[in-house]
Design a protein around this ligand. Structure first.
Ligand code: DX5
Ligand code: ZN
Length: 220
């Protein structure tokens, strides 16, 4: 299969050794680093904020793929940008003016991503895709790592691949949630080019990260 970019979610890392964990996945050959930001309001879980992104920045040169599961969003964009985010991805349900939010991310010089929850239709992208550098399809409901992949989202990935190709622009299509070597293949076949994986990257500890990442790329 075509080789996807792999963006390990540090939600499944050992939080007590986060800097080391980021260096370990970097050395193990990941492409991006996926940072799940949860506020206990938009989603039930609470994770990390811009201070942690800033603290991790010196540990790797790989792009920080920051997934904001927060509401409101706009007042935190600048802080995440300054902390070292490269891609900032937002949920349309997280704020009243998502079009403006995407414009604001780009005005900060960062790549803008839009994320669709499992229940959010593809049509949500109609008037937003022109402002997107990335579309993220959630294949679990956001909030926790380690959940099972929701198969119906593969149809959504296919539909968005068609939509992206029609724009003629380079827009990444990323899938997040329940991605393992088996579901990775289905996602790539459906048109995804970036895969987020938390549990499947970090399982077995640092000695396994390179093999886990290779397996997600289809090289296992
Ligand atoms: C879920 C997060 C995911 C999650 C993925 O809300 O957005 O990035 O950490 O974890 P796995 O790969 O374990 O499903
Ligand atoms: Zn995520």
């Amino acid at each position: 299969m075509a080789q996807p970019l792999i963006s390990p979610s540090i939600l499944s890392a050992d939080f007590a050794r986060l800097g080391e964990e980021v260096r370990a996945i970097d050395e193990a050959g990941c492409d991006w680093i996926h940072v799940d930001v949860m506020d206990g309001h938009y989603v039930p879980n609470i994770t990390i904020g811009p201070a942690v992104v800033k603290a991790l920045r010196p540990h790797t040169d790989k792009p920080f793929d920051v997934h904001l599961m927060i509401s409101p969003i706009d007042q935190y964009l600048e802080e995440f940008a300054e902390a070292g985010a490269d891609i900032i991805t937002v949920h349309p349900e997280g704020g009243p003016h998502i079009h403006r939010t995407l414009q604001a991310i780009r005005a900060l010089g960062k790549k803008a991503g839009i994320v669709l929850n499992p229940g959010t239709p593809v049509e949500t992208l109609d008037y937003l895709i022109d402002l997107a550098d990335l579309v993220l399809v959630m294949s679990v409901n956001p909030g926790f790592g380690g959940q099972s992949f929701i198969d119906s989202q593969l149809r959504k990935v296919e539909a968005i691949r068609t939509m992206i190709d029609q724009t003629g622009r380079e827009i990444h299509l990323e899938v997040d949630g329940g991605v393992n070597p088996e579901t990775a293949r289905l996602c790539v076949d459906a048109g995804a080019d970036v895969l987020v994986a938390g549990s499947a990257t970090f399982k077995g500890g640092p000695g396994q990260y390179a093999a886990n990442i290779a397996a997600l790329r289809g090289q296992g």
